[in-house]
Design a protein around this ligand. Structure first.
Ligand code: SF4
Length: 1023
């Protein structure tokens, strides 16, 4: 039993019926003391647990002064400080503090200084410039404090200092009558708190002794010790800082371990509990401020269901409403980035409301639609782009009705219902996003935001859209709504730039914690080091005792320096006081612990990859443990066992599945994991069989040697009839049949590119299609006038057309910045100039006849019996002689892959020849009796890299083309979908998903499969 509980038990026995008030730092602590007392002393009555602010409220209530002013929360005090600072800054009255612009960090620092001054009973009148190292700072701090005092009086507000001060004055007139006021002897109180407690108690103040701390001076803010401490019942840790004076140890109760990082430290704690079968509700884990341990334990609990209570709750950012709150801040700060909104939807933190059907649009669908709408960022683009997406889907649906949209023999009904579903989804998403955007206020003409309205918008967004799957989520939502309400009430600032407004709103949520709980049956309890240790549990782990964190750095307050504090008031705590108080508090907590105490620290920072060292507290504990005050860090290092790491060190110590697997996989004899996996998971067994087959010498179905049997009608363009080919599709078959298999047989779609790259405006595809559209319109206009392209004459026409297209594209795809847009616009203009120059110097001018000409499904014969259908678009056809034509395709990319093509490029550059044949057939049919001939067909590269060059195919043998197509389609017919020996995997969309092993792997199997490679090698004959 701790000394405090023992004392309280005795006091309750002596004064059972008297009213007793015990001051506690929080309700959670009060409840723990009550439980420990009941366990130690049996029943007790008439003991109430109150915080100092509750005591103040009670005193004011009894004095009839309770309703005189409205109490403020710390965040309301912070908001008020920030507002006053900004007002003074705007009025030009802050030269010293004005050098640092208004920011949440500065507001927090100023608020802390004002709070401490006021809790010490100081007013603006007590501050004199001469007390400060820089007089100007003193004047300005006094000014801010004076405005703060005036604002409190004018608005009838009561900050904590006002509440305590008012109560102390009221209590001086009439104390808490018959109540005993019990205050822990080691409590560190501000001057106003101490005054209140003394006045409220009058002559009935009882100081509750804690367990004595030997070897450390008492902090100035604690009650003066009434006499020498009674060491008779003290626990061993009482002598942590005086090991030389410690009595001999009666039974071992203190242990120390180290671990590789906080996560392994927490794992080691849990492993010890598992190994020793210690019930969770016998254990309390104490963690120092700012450490990651509570977070790690929370994450373990969330993942594994580990039952844990947190004495200080958890940060609101761990809950779904908290993530939505911070996500909304990031969304607005990122100019309504659609990536940020998608993240919130995907995580379920932003829950869309149910539509008329009663169900909400699934998050994945909503994210897909957001991506397809190409919003990027910008508030006004959401509804505009979603409307455009909807129009596109409606057009596709309409074209399906006329048969235009039919493709590859796909199921028309399925596509129709797909379009209808998408349109309904867009409508639902537009309605939800419309509502969200309606709630977000717009800035004023100068681009500034009304903070109050922004707070209210956040509150409504969280109220309407926060996902709440747990009780904690519900509490977090309420806590955020309350905090935002307070912030809105205190926000009387002039309109602010968005960044500043969001910074302030963010500050409102940063310190918010929810779910604080006393220890509960069946659960581990985690508490903060300085406010824990009250559970009375027999096992206590004190984690995170690293020198970087414990006992702390003792840094000076940046607003009120130590020297200035001393000059203002002898009772204002300095950095040395804070350090001493922290260390004494830690020593007092440790001294109060009974039973088994395990101290631990992290000896390696895994993230930074460097060693970390134990706190001096650990060294003291080691000295105490060994009874040798002369031991140093080297002795500690030598004595401690190896740091606990990722391996649990035995199956009984495995805390979760990860531990269990790591233990099993490293145990001797090593288990046959492969066999166990295959026996238990049929799908993985099939995967292992596929790996084995791929590793063999022969090609198998797993390398792409497949029988397309039942799919033939759908996928074989020659023997099936439903598949329609394109030049690109045929070229892919020639480049890499395995890639063709993935894309056109299995219909695996590469993931849509979702990230909007802030370093560029258009991706290569978008830029290519923009240039195509411009060139098509330009050439149509010039050809319509019967003129040849002349730069001097047509530059204006080109500019006009280009600007209109670029402007339209800019609306569709938002550029990340003006400078990036301008730079890409310049490049596009350069491309167009190169094009005009190339056209101007063309030897055979010809007459452009058609642009963007469709090949709607032309039958291409392979031989007398067999054919397939071809679909495509010809960029441009020129008439260059009697019934003689030239086909041009514009390419904005790199010409390198086409260099060296004679006619067919081994089937990998089929388009020029294929389009020529298709065009000749189509024209001959349109003009019976004519014998149209395409004399040249190829590519024009109007880019900086292409320099306006052309690569043309001329005089190719139409019979050879048919033979090539026959050989190529035979690969498909026979099901030879191997990784192409010449495949360029580096440029392949399927690279991340391809399991073929690539050309290197297939080459190994050449010898064992001559017929397959012979069929593929035949393509090499068609240069
Ligand atoms: S990654 Fe290589 S082998 Fe695989 S599909 Fe693409 S090109 Fe073919």
């Amino acid at each position: 039993m701790s000394a405090a509980i023992g004392f309280l038990a005795a006091f309750c026995r002596e004064h059972p019926l008297d009213d007793k008030v015990l001051l506690v730092p929080s309700f959670v602590v009060g409840r723990q003391i009550g439980d420990a007392l009941a366990e130690a002393a049996g029943s007790w009555i008439n003991l109430r647990f109150v915080t100092t602010s509750m005591l103040a409220a009670e005193v004011l209530e009894r004095a009839g002064e309770a309703g005189a002013a409205r109490p403020m929360t710390p965040s309301a005090e912070l908001a008020l400080t920030d507002r006053l600072f900004r007002e003074l800054l705007a009025a030009g009255e802050l030269e010293y503090f004005g050098r640092a612009a208004a920011s949440p960090g500065l507001a927090v620092a100023l608020h802390r200084a004002i709070r401490e001054l006021r809790l010490d009973g100081r007013t603006s009148a007590d501050l004199r410039p001469g007390q400060f190292l820089v007089e100007r700072k003193g004047r300005e701090l006094a000014l801010i404090l004076a405005r703060y005092e005036t604002a409190l009086a004018a608005d009838g507000l009561l900050d904590l200092a006002g509440l305590l001060g008012g109560a102390a004055r009221a209590a001086a007139k009439g104390p808490l009558a018959s109540s005993w006021v019990l205050s822990p002897l080691d409590s560190r109180l501000s001057r106003l708190e101490a005054e209140l407690v003394r006045s409220a108690a009058a002559g009935r103040l009882v100081l509750v002794p804690g367990d004595p701390v030997v070897g450390l001076d008492r902090p100035r803010q604690a009650w003066p010790a009434p006499g020498p401490a009674d060491l008779s019942g003290a626990g061993r840790l009482t002598w942590l800082f005086a090991p030389r004076q410690a009595p001999p140890e009666k039974e071992p109760g203190l242990e120390i371990f180290r671990a590789l990082g906080p996560a392994n430290e927490c794992r080691e704690i849990l492993r010890r509990l598992y190994a020793e079968k210690v019930p969770f509700d016998q254990v309390e884990i104490l963690t120092p401020p700012g450490s990651d341990h509570a977070t790690v334990l929370y994450l373990f609990a969330a993942r594994t269901g580990l039952p844990v209570t947190f004495g200080d709750g958890i940060p609101v950012s761990f809950t779904s409403p908290g993530r939505l709150f911070f996500g909304l801040v990031a969304w607005l700060a990122g100019d309504f980035s659609s990536d940020e909104l998608s993240r919130l939807l995907e995580n379920g933190d932003l829950a869309l409301p149910a539509g008329p059907s009663g169900t909400a649009l699934p998050a994945r669908t909503a994210c897909r639609l957001l991506r397809n709408a190409m919003i990027g960022w910008g508030r006004d683009r959401y509804l505009e782009r979603l409307a455009a997406l909807r129009e596109g889907q409606e057009a596709d649906l309409a074209s399906l009705a006329t048969g235009e949209g039919e493709e590859d023999g796909e199921d028309t009904d399925g596509r129709r219902s797909g379009f209808e579903e998408t349109i309904a989804g867009i409508e639902a998403l537009s309605a939800a996003i419309g509502r969200i955007l309606d709630l977000v206020p717009r800035p004023d003409a100068a681009g500034a935001y009304d903070l109050r309205r922004l707070c209210e918008a956040f509150a409504r967004l969280i109220g309407e859209f926060a996902g709440t799957v747990s009780d904690l989520d519900v509490r977090a939502r309420q806590a955020l709504l309350d905090r935002l309400g307070e912030f809105a009430a205190e926000s009387r600032l002039p309109d602010l730039p968005l960044k500043e407004a969001l910074g302030l709103i963010r500050t409102a949520g940063v310190s918010l914690r929810v779910g604080a709980s006393p220890p509960l049956a069946g659960r581990l309890h985690v508490a903060a080091l300085l406010s824990g240790g009250y559970s009375g549990r027999p096992y206590t782990f004190v984690a995170g005792l690293d020198e970087a964190r414990v006992p702390g750095r003792g840094l000076q307050d940046p607003v009120l320096l130590d020297e200035e504090r001393a000059a203002i008031s002898p009772s204002l705590p300095t950095s040395a006081d804070a350090l001493r108080s922290g260390l004494y508090g830690l020593a007092a907590v440790l001294a109060s612990l009974r039973g088994r105490v395990v101290l631990s620290y992290s000896s390696f920072d895994i993230v930074e990859g460097r060693e970390s060292f134990p706190s001096s507290v650990v060294l003291q504990a080691f000295r105490l443990l060994r009874g040798d005050p002369g031991l140093d860090y080297a002795a500690l290092e030598k004595a401690l066992p190896e740091a606990a790491g990722f391996l649990p060190g035995g199956p009984t110590r495995a805390f979760d599945e990860t531990d269990w697997w790591l233990d099993r996989l490293t145990a001797e004899p090593r288990p046959d994991g492969r066999r166990s996996v295959a026996a238990n998971f049929p799908a993985l067994a099939a995967g292992l069989a596929a790996l084995e087959a791929r590793a063999g010498d022969r090609l198998t179905a797993h390398d792409g040697l497949v029988d397309i049997g039942p799919l033939r009608a759908e996928v074989d363009p020659v023997n099936g009839g439903r598949a329609v080919m394109s030049a690109t599709r045929l070229e892919l078959l020639a480049k890499c049949p395995f890639g063709y298999f993935l894309r056109h047989i299995l219909k695996v779609q590469p993931p849509e590119e979702v990230a909007f790259d802030r370093s560029r405006w258009l991706d290569p595809l978008q830029r290519g299609s923009l240039v195509h559209e411009i060139l098509c319109e330009f050439m149509t206009a010039v050809a319509g006038r019967g003129e040849d392209v002349r730069t001097a004459q047509h530059a204006g026409v080109m500019t006009g057309i280009a600007e209109a297209h670029v402007a339209r594209m800019k609306l569709r795809v938002p550029p990340p910045s003006d400078s990036i847009f301008e730079s890409e616009r310049r490049e596009i203009r350069e491309t167009l100039e190169i094009f005009m120059a190339a056209e101007e110097k063309r030897e055979i001018k010809g007459r452009p006849l058609a642009f963007e000409m469709a090949i709607p499904g032309e039958s291409i014969a392979l031989d007398g019996r067999r054919s397939f259908r071809l679909r495509g678009f010809i960029d441009r056809v020129d008439l260059i002689g009697p019934d003689t034509y030239r086909i041009i395709d514009y390419k904005t990319g790199n010409p390198a892959p086409y260099e060296g093509v004679v006619h067919f490029g081994r089937g990998r550059t089929l388009q020029p020849a294929l389009y020529a044949v298709a065009f000749e057939q189509m024209l001959a049919r349109e003009r019976p009796g004519s014998t149209p001939h395409v004399a040249e067909s190829g590519y024009l590269f109007p880019s900086r890299r292409g320099e306006g060059d052309e690569i043309m195919v001329r005089d190719f043998d139409r019979g050879r083309l048919r033979s090539l197509l026959g050989d190529l389609l035979a690969l498909l017919e026979k099901g030879y979908f191997i990784a192409g020996p010449g495949a360029k995997c580096d440029y392949c969309d399927y690279r991340a998903a391809c399991i073929s092993g690539g050309p290197e792997r297939s080459a190994v199997k050449r010898e064992a499969n001559p017929e397959v490679f012979a069929a593929y090698d035949k393509l090499d004959e068609y240069k």
